[in-house]
Design a protein around this ligand. Structure first.
Ligand SMILES: Nc1ncnc2c1ncn2[C@@H]1O[C@H](COP(=O)(O)OP(=O)(O)OP(=O)(O)O)[C@@H](O)[C@H]1O
Length: 237
């Protein structure tokens, strides 16, 4: 459903992404993991039409984001929970989203329930929210249209252990209902708990990818991750 094919992105001669290829099928959670500056956000931004690949393609259901019919309904995104308007209440944020996407207002309460924000919390200005509450609101926004693909950049940032547990269960349920979920993180351990597939990226290149069970065989995934990303750093030093 989500597919990166040989995506390269160059910023003023510096390769942020180098021939990146991987796919996320319906009903699966893929963790996109790499150290700071590896290229995760660049890849996700290209996928959802916020950046252009220098070469290669990133598609959802075989089409670039901007060629999809009602793309924001088909692809739910949470790229920066900090970007939510601080002066609006949670409810206003979701209501505006529902209106923009042409959805019934009833979706607002459904989305609030889905992410566990109370009616009282939804009345408060987003500027007064904790980072964890913003993440929940951002997820609610991403899920308003019941998208078939979900793209999340560092969604567990700022969540407490209970919130992380909740997030894992939510992503699992969404995937079990057929959604293709792609989430980035620099926290391998968090991703490992929820993903079926993992793509490790370092210095813009895919270093390894596969099923969690397959990658875990014989040694800890964390050890493999640390060695691969250190090797990528060394080879480019
Ligand atoms: N607009 C830009 N102009 C120039 N270089 C950029 C730009 N955006 C990203 N980069 C560079 O591209 C590389 C990849 O950055 P990116 O933000 O995609 O990494 P990341 O894996 O998401 O990192 P983090 O985990 O720190 O968010 C970095 O070297 C970064 O400095």
């Amino acid at each position: 459903m989500i597919e990166f094919s040989n995506v390269t992105k160059t910023y003023k001669g510096v390769k942020a992404l180098d021939d990146v290829s991987f796919a996320v099928g319906p009903g699966s959670v893929t963790g996109f993991v790499g150290p700071n500056g590896a290229g995760k956000s660049t890849a996700l931004r290209i996928l959802v039409g916020l950046g252009r690949a220098t070469s290669g393609s990133a598609t959802v259901c075989g089409r670039p984001y901007h060629e999809l019919e009602r793309p924001a309904c088909q692809v739910g995104t949470l790229l920066d929970a900090g970007a939510l308007h601080p002066g609006r209440s949670g409810r206003e944020t979701l209501t505006l989203g529902a209106i923009t996407l042409g959805l019934p207002r009833s979706r607002v309460d459904e989305a609030l329930d889905l992410v566990g924000l109370t009616r009282a919390e939804a009345r408060r200005a987003v500027g007064s929210y904790s980072l964890g509450m913003r993440q929940r609101l951002g997820i609610a926004h991403a899920l308003l249209a019941k998208p078939r693909a979900l793209v999340l950049d560092e969604p567990v940032n700022g969540l407490d252990p209970q919130g992380i547990h909740w997030m894992r269960a939510l992503l699992r349920d969404l995937a079990d209902a057929g959604c293709a979920v792609l989430l980035s993180s620099h926290l391998l351990h968090e991703v490992e708990q929820v993903a079926d597939h993992i793509v490790v990226i370092g210095r813009g290149r895919v270093l390894v990818q596969g099923g969690v069970a397959e990658l875990n065989r014989g040694r800890s995934l964390e050890q493999t991750f640390l060695e691969l990303t250190a090797d990528a750093d060394r080879s480019l030093a």
